[in-house]
Design a protein around this ligand. Structure first.
Ligand SMILES: [Zn+2]
Length: 197
């Protein structure tokens, strides 16, 4: 109980719990606050009250996602699917860049067609900063098995899946090897941001 008396006040702890509930991290003082809650019946009950708030909210207004218009939901689903397909195709290009066999041509072609059917090619080009020529080159390798230099295939992979760590690290290594320092720094910063984000 001494710790409770000499540590943070109840008000301070409850403010911290509210901040925690909205996603803030309590960092160094987290342990101190946690010890207080364990030793203080009132603050411990406050944690249960926070849970009641969620139940109250659910009972009064539907969660925000349910209010998203169907057309917007469809758009999001389409982009999520396109992102998955692009990530799969990026792994094929990564395999090509390393002299390994990618998935069989029929499977790659099917994924390229799916992207086309999802009308996602334009989105993909914009999202990845992938110029039309780059996308066409990627498609030629993936769908038609056109030969590509390993470095080129790796760049295409990194553009198709800019957040994939394995692809990103391979591409970073390639940039460092050929001395593209500025681009290497940019890629490294983005990967670090992804890891910490
Ligand atoms: Zn307290």
């Amino acid at each position: 109980m001494d710790e409770v008396r000499t540590g943070p006040s109840c008000v301070e702890v409850r403010h911290a719990l509210c901040r925690l509930a909205v996603g803030e991290r309590l960092r160094a003082r987290g342990r101190e606050f946690a010890r207080h809650v364990r030793g203080c019946d009132e603050c411990d009950a406050f944690v249960d009250e926070l849970a009641l708030v969620r139940r109250w909210l659910d009972a009064h207004v539907a969660p925000r996602d349910l209010r998203v218009p169907p057309r917007e939901l469809e758009r999001r689903a389409r982009l999520a699917l396109a992102g998955e397909l692009a990530a799969r195709l990026a792994r094929d290009l990564l395999a090509v860049s390393r002299g390994r066999d990618p998935r069989p041509p029929a499977e790659r072609r099917r994924d390229v067609e799916r992207l086309h059917l999802l009308r996602a090619e334009a989105w993909l080009r914009t999202a990845s900063g992938c110029p039309t020529s780059t996308w066409l080159a990627a498609r030629a390798v993936l769908a038609f098995g056109r030969e590509e230099r390993p470095g080129q295939a790796l760049e295409l992979a990194a553009r198709l899946d800019p957040h994939g760590l394995d692809v990103g690290l391979a591409w970073l290594g390639q940039l460092v090897r050929v001395g593209c320092e500025r681009e290497a720094n940019r890629v490294a910063e983005r990967l670090l941001a992804d890891v910490h984000g």
